[in-house]
Design a protein around this ligand. Structure first.
Ligand SMILES: [Zn+2]
Ligand SMILES: [Zn+2]
Length: 355
């Protein structure tokens, strides 16, 4: 049996090093995964660049993790060895703080954050909290399931929790890692779907993904176009540009919602007028808990939502991260640890695993 595993680890800010780490046993409430695939997310910069408050190095980043359970710790009764599971950004709640007492685990005061407070999935092996796991449906390969666990849940949950109604006009700002999934979810949830991006380059793709309308924000005033269409019930902001997001406020219908899931470095200069007159709002949405990841995966199978991915082996993690940071991923880089990560899963089926 292997005693060590390969991981891409951050020892000093800005550098990913390929290292060998000792294999540990999972503690109470934990499982050990043989990682098959891990998506590369922009939030991984919090770890790689050493920006996350209180982050301690060394740390293995990665929070779009799919793997097979190969050991379970004490007190884990609902997961079995051999099951294929996933874990996202939300890695577990403390169960004790005030938000947790109210069931609002995502806003836990002391959460486990995969790849930030605990080692993540840029590795062949990872320890995960059993309470943060979702079961991967057989219809999804490990590589395509991975991005659904952060980019997917982020856009899926933001849209489904916005009190929207079928047929509502919904705009997705940014056709990138998050946006290309947001467009698919919006269309398949039954909304009139508008994609916003700079330039003409992504128009065909956005329409192929399901957008009814594409607005080139470098040529047209997106807020004005949306108003001519009747105003958006919701605009999902996925591209981290504060001034561009703020400018979209004018595209909302009365009581419309600007939902922010991107975190721009610059400020968002918001005009209060449309907030007060028309009772529009601006709100944030942060990932989701384990059941939300399960429902993101299940909806993706039900309605045929898939991420567009480029896979690279774990050994090339630094290269994949650099490509993502340069905005050149089309549209999600996924690290693979096993030859089978991109092919149809075999082994324990979901029906067996759940029985
Ligand atoms: Zn992420
Ligand atoms: Zn808590």
């Amino acid at each position: 049996m292997m005693r060590t595993y390969k991981a891409a680890q951050v020892r000093e800010p800005g550098k990913l090093n390929l290292v060998e780490l000792p294999i540990r046993e999972p503690g109470p409430g934990q499982v050990r995964l043989r990682v098959e695939a891990c998506g590369v997310c922009h939030s991984d910069a919090a770890t790689v660049e050493g920006q996350f408050p209180g982050l301690t190095l060394p740390r293995v980043p990665g929070h779009e993790v799919v793997g097979r359970i190969d050991a379970v710790g004490l007190d884990v009764s609902n997961w079995k060895i051999g099951q294929r599971v996933g874990v996202g950004f939300f890695g577990g709640q403390d169960g004790q703080c005030q938000p947790c007492q109210r069931g609002d685990f995502v806003n836990c005061a002391h959460p486990v954050v995969t790849g930030i407070t605990a080692d993540g999935g840029y590795a062949e092996v990872m320890i995960a909290e059993a309470r943060a796991l979702a079961s991967i449906p057989d219809e999804l390969t490990s590589a395509e399931a991975a991005p659904l666990l952060c980019a997917g849940i982020t856009t899926f949950n933001a849209l489904r929790n916005a009190s929207l109604r079928a047929g509502d006009l919904v705009a997705i700002q940014g056709v990138g890692g998050l946006g290309h999934l947001g467009i698919q979810f919006a269309r398949r949830m039954g909304f009139k779907t508008v994609a916003l991006n700079r330039g003409k380059e992504k128009e065909k793709l956005a329409k192929d993904l399901g957008a009814h309308v594409y607005i080139d924000t470098s040529a047209d005033d997106a807020a004005a176009v949306l108003q001519r269409m009747g105003g958006a019930a919701a605009i999902l902001a996925t591209a981290p540009k504060g001034d561009a997001i703020a400018a979209l406020m004018g595209g909302l219908a009365v009581r419309g919602k600007l939902i922010v899931v991107a975190v721009p470095d610059d400020l968002m200069p918001i005009n209060a007028l449309p907030i007060v007159f028309g009772e529009r709002s601006i709100l944030g949405s942060l990932t989701g808990k384990a059941i939300d990841n399960q429902e993101t995966l299940d909806f993706s199978v039900l309605q045929n939502v898939r991420p567009m991915i480029e896979t690279v082996p774990l050994e090339r993690a630094a290269e994949a991260y650099a490509k993502m940071m340069a905005g050149k991923a089309r549209f999600r880089m996924v690290l693979t640890m096993t030859a089978g990560a991109s092919s149809s899963p075999k082994g324990i089926t979901r029906a067996e695993a759940r029985s």
